[in-house]
Ligand binder design. Sequence first.
Ligand SMILES: NC(=O)c1ccc[n+]([C@@H]2O[C@H](COP(=O)([O-])OP(=O)(O)OC[C@H]3O[C@@H](n4cnc5c(N)ncnc54)[C@H](O)[C@@H]3O)[C@@H](O)[C@H]2O)c1
Length: 66
Amino acid sequence: MKILVTGGTGYIGSHTCVQLIEKDWQPVIIDSLVNSKISVLDRIQKITGTRPSFIQGDVREGDLLK
Ligand SMILES: NC(=O)c1ccc[n+]([C@@H]2O[C@H](COP(=O)([O-])OP(=O)(O)OC[C@H]3O[C@@H](n4cnc5c(N)ncnc54)[C@H](O)[C@@H]3O)[C@@H](O)[C@H]2O)c1
């Protein structure tokens, strides 16, 4: 199952994604990268073997969330 993780490349979000993947969820990350780096995706992939889907954007953009 897919699950939306806002701020998923941040500190708490990235650890959450690792836990979700290990429980067979498919995280879809939305992050603006205002306080994190795209390279976090590489680290999640290295730890879990799975690269989460990623959308760069601001969660305050209503059209993006739709
Ligand atoms: N090594 C450590 O122990 C360590 C390291 C970092 C942080 N912390 C702690 O963790 C807490 C912070 O972690 P966090 O995960 O809440 O913060 P974070 O800043 O790491 O993660 C928030 C994420 O949300 C994104 N973001 C912010 N506003 C956004 C918006 N409007 N739209 C889309 N994305 C947006 C940022 O780019 C970032 O990736 C603090 O308590 C801090 O002290 C601990």
